[in-house]
Write a protein that binds this ligand. Structure first.
Ligand code: ADP
Length: 323
């Protein structure tokens, strides 16, 4: 029987984490549980940095990006010793289950903890959208809209000066944001980590765009692409004549801080509530995600160590559209 649960946000912060937290707290309390908010992810779990949250404590946070609990990367939790410390903390506090709101790495931690026998349930939240078990994750929609707004603005200034803009977006191993922002923003070229891109091919297509009289050229690159913004700029300078004057913009952390969109608030609310519902039904060791517009429950063992592949058909479509 569950009487007390703990909830934490971990890894890269994502807009909508607060809405998920709010849903976990309020639906948990509705069931008569006490819900402890753990500060700073697994670091706070090991350090016993947590406090009970009331309905009021999670009031007014829905519209804020980031996470009021704070997030962290915690190397100690990767060790069995670290996780044993966390187990002892939870036992001392008489907490029977843990909700982990986070991305790929965080769900890896959740799986490892679950394998030690503690009931854990994951909520899919990352702007990378690389989690197996969820078509879309909490934070992606907001981050994509932030990137898109930047692309649109840069396109306006690019057109005024007949410039090419190299725009680098987040995605160390995953090109989802770059691909989607590139398509939605009408980019002339897109580079992602998953597919090898020939810098000369990009240069040639930009040159063709220039010769055709396009007023601007937008190249969207993921930070983890083999040629990122700096790499491509260096290549162009040494080996290519684009026609356009080139400017580089690295969007960086502005992509994370957006106020969560309606979509992310609703997704986070549903996934958070579903996590509590499944725990109450006795399920754990699973990730709560969203597949084909419905709640999806996937064993953590099937989620960890994998990465949802990029939709290669969409990449093909992008290549057709960018000409
Ligand atoms: P994200 O969840 O955004 O992908 P990270 O990859 O940084 O973020 O992971 C967040 C945290 O999850 C790590 O700092 C670590 O504490 C924990 N973690 C990640 N992988 C594992 C693992 N295999 N075992 C235990 N803990 C892990």
């Amino acid at each position: 029987m569950i009487r007390r649960i703990a909830v934490l946000t971990s890894g890269g912060d994502a807009p909508g984490m607060n809405a998920a937290l709010r849903a976990v707290v309020r639906t948990g309390i509705e069931r008569g549980w006490e819900v402890f908010g753990v500060n700073h992810g697994y670091t706070g779990l090991i350090a016993d940095d947590m406090a009970p949250l009331s309905r009021r404590d999670v009031g007014g946070i829905m519209g804020h990006g980031g996470t009021i609990l704070g997030s962290a990367r915690c190397p100690e939790f990767r060790t069995e010793e670290g996780r044993r410390k966390a187990l002892a903390v939870l036992a001392r506090r008489d907490i029977q289950a843990l909700v982990v709101i986070g991305g790929n790495g965080s769900q890896g931690g959740a799986a490892a903890f679950s394998q030690m026998g503690f009931p854990v349930i994951g909520v899919a939240s990352t702007i990378d959208n690389d989690l197996v078990g969820s078509d879309i994750t909490i934070g992606v929609d907001t981050a994509l809209n932030v990137v898109l707004e930047a692309v649109d603005r840069l396109k306006v200034t690019a057109s005024s000066h007949q410039r090419a803009f190299l725009i680098e977006v987040m995605g160390r191993e995953c090109g989802y944001l770059a691909l989607m922002a590139g398509i939605a923003g009408g980019a002339e070229a897109i580079a992602v980590p998953e597919v090898e891109t020939d810098p000369q091919e990009i240069a040639d297509s930009i040159r063709v765009a220039y010769e055709r009289g396009k007023p601007h050229a937008i190249i969207v690159v993921a930070e983890g692409a083999r040629y990122n913004a700096a790499g491509l700029a260096a290549y162009f300078q040494a080996h290519a004549e684009l026609g356009f004057d080139l400017r580089v913009t690295i969007l960086g952390h502005v992509q994370r801080g957006g106020a969560p969109s309606a979509f992310d608030r609703l997704l986070a609310t549903r996934l958070g509530a579903a996590a509590v519902e499944r725990l109450a039904a006795g399920e754990h060791g699973v990730l709560i995600g969203w597949i084909k517009s419905e709640i999806a429950v996937t064993p953590l063992s099937q989620v960890v160590g994998r990465r949802k592949p990029l939709d290669v058909d969409l990449l093909q479509l992008a290549h057709i559209l960018e000409k």
